[in-house]
Design a protein around this ligand. Structure first.
Ligand code: THG
Length: 367
C-alpha cells in the first residue's frame, strides 16, 4: 500500500528480523513501535491460536521500570488497586487513571523485588506519567525503560512448548506469576500471561541483541506442536471480552464503564492518583457501561470496524467500539459502550455506512 520511512524515533523490536523471516505482511503502531498484525493468512492465524500454539512479537508492550526505595510507594500511588499483598514473582493487572478517574492505561504490574517493579504497558506513555508523578511527590525512585521485550506463546498447546523449553515448573505457574531464568544463556522472565483467553506464556527477553535467537529457539522447539506466527488477535479477543485500551476507551472512559471494577480498590490510600474521583464515580454510578452487541445481519464486518454510533428507539445511546465477524459464533459481534439505561437483550441499531443495522445487546464475554 505504502512504504515506511525509517526513523530513529521508531524503536525497533528485537524480534523484527525474525518476524520478517516469518513473512509478516502488516504492522500497526503501538507505543512508537511496530507490531506485526498479519502474516498473510488471518484464518490460519486465528485457528492456530484457538487449537494450537501461536508465537507473537509483542515487544510493543514496553516496560516502564520503577527502581529504588520508593518503587512500591510509587506503584501504589499510580494504581488504584491494593498492592499491599503483592509479592515478589507476582504480577497484577492494574488500571491506571488520571486525577479525574479517566483510564489512561491498563498495564500488568510485575513485582521483581521490593525495590523493583515493571509496568508492562498498553499504548500510552507511562514513562512520562510515572516520572512526573514521582518527581512531583518527591519520591526516591528512578523511572526508566529497561531493555526488556515480551514475546508471547499463546494457545492450548503453549504449555507443552514452554515446558519443553523451560522445564515442567512452568506448568505450575499461576496466572500472572513469573520467574527470572535463562534459556540457553539468554536472560528472560517467563510469565503465565498473554492477551488471549486461550492460555499461554509471555517470555520477556532481557537482552535486546538476542531477539532472533530467542524467537528461533521457540520456533524450533514448537515444531512438534505446529507452532507458527501470530499476533494479539482481534477476533479472539472480542469473542473473549478482552479490553483494548485506546481501542474500546475514549478520553472520558473510567474503569467502571469497561468492566474493570474488580481491579479497583476504593480503600487504597488517599494519595493514590484518581482515587477521589473514582470514589465519587462509584457512588454516583458511571454514565455508561460496556456490553456486547450481536448484529442480525450475518455478514457485514469485512476485516472489522470501529466506533460506530449505536441508537435505541432512534436515540443515540453510545458506540460500537470494535466489531468483527466471529469465526466461532458465525455472527457479527462487537463491544458496545452504551448508556447505563441500556441492558442485555435490548434491540438497537448500529449506524453503518450502508445504513442502520439492527442488533441485540448481550452480556460479555461472548465465549
Ligand atoms: N501482556 C503484557 N503487557 C501488556 C499486555 C499483555 N500490556 C498491554 C496490554 N496487554 C495490557 N492490558 C491487558 C488487558 C487484559 C489482560 C492483560 C493485559 C488480561 N486480562 C484477563 C481478563 O480480563 O480476563 C485476566 C485479568 C485478571 O484475571 O486479573 O489478561 O497482555 N506483558
Amino acid at each position: 500500500m505504502f512504504g515506511l520511512t525509517p526513523s530513529a524515533r521508531l524503536r525497533p523490536s528485537p524480534f523484527y528480523d525474525a518476524t520478517l523471516a516469518e513473512g509478516v505482511t502488516a504492522f500497526t503502531t503501538y507505543n512508537n513501535m511496530l507490531m506485526p498484525t498479519s502474516y498473510g493468512d488471518p484464518a490460519a492465524e486465528y485457528w492456530r491460536l484457538i487449537n494450537g500454539v501461536s508465537q507473537w512479537d509483542v515487544a510493543v508492550e514496553r516496560q516502564v521500570q520503577l527502581k529504588g526505595p520508593d518503587a512500591g510507594r510509587l506503584a501504589q500511588i499510580l494504581a488504584p488497586r491494593d498492592l499491599s499483598r503483592c509479592v515478589e514473582g507476582q504480577g497484577k493487572y492494574v488500571p491506571l487513571c488520571n486525577h479525574g478517574g479517566t483510564l489512561i492505561n491498563d498495564p500488568i504490574l510485575l513485582k521483581l523485588a521490593d525495590d523493583l517493579y515493571w509496568l508492562s504497558i498498553a499504548d500510552s506513555n507511562i514513562w512520562f506519567w510515572a516520572g512526573a508523578i514521582a518527581a512531583e511527590r518527591g519520591l526516591d525512585v528512578e523511572v526508566s525503560e529497561p531493555d526488556v521485550s515480551p514475546m508471547a506463546i499463546q494457545g492450548p498447546k503453549a504449555v507443552d512448548v514452554v515446558a519443553h523449553v523451560c522445564g515442567d515448573w512452568v506448568r505450575d505457574l499461576r496466572y500472572f506469576w513469573f520467574r527470572e531464568t535463562e534459556i540457553e544463556g539468554i536472560p528472560v522472565v517467563v510469565a503465565r500471561s498473554g492477551w488471549s483467553k486461550q492460555g499461554g506464556y509471555e517470555v520477556y527477553l532481557c537482552d535486546g541483541t538476542k531477539g532472533t535467537a530467542l524467537w528461533n529457539l521457540f520456533r524450533e522447539a514448537g515444531r512438534p506442536w505446529d507452532i507458527g506466527p501470530g499476533n494479539p488477535n482481534v477476533y479472539e479477543r472480542i469473542e473473549s471480552g478482552l479490553l483494548s485500551w485506546g481501542g474500546d476507551t475514549d478520553e472520558r472512559t473510567n474503569p467502571f464503564e469497561v468492566r474493570l471494577e474488580r481491579y479497583i480498590d476504593l480503600d487504597v490510600p488517599d494519595d493514590t492518583v484518581g482515587i477521589a474521583a473514582l470514589r465519587r464515580i462509584a457512588a454516583e454510578g458511571p454514565a455508561r457501561h460496556q456490553l456486547g452487541v450481536i448484529l442480525d445481519a450475518a455478514d457485514i464486518a469485512g476485516p472489522g470496524f470501529h466506533w460506530r454510533e449505536i441508537t435505541r428507539n432512534g436515540q443515540r445511546v453510545g458506540d460500537m467500539t470494535n466489531g468483527i465477524r466471529s469465526p466461532r459464533l458465525d455472527r457479527v459481534i462487537g463491544f458496545a459502550l452504551v448508556s447505563r439505561e441500556c441492558a442485555p437483550g435490548d434491540r438497537v441499531e448500529v449506524v453503518m455506512p450502508e445504513g442502520p443495522q439492527p442488533g441485540t445487546l448481550a452480556t460479555l464475554p461472548f465465549l
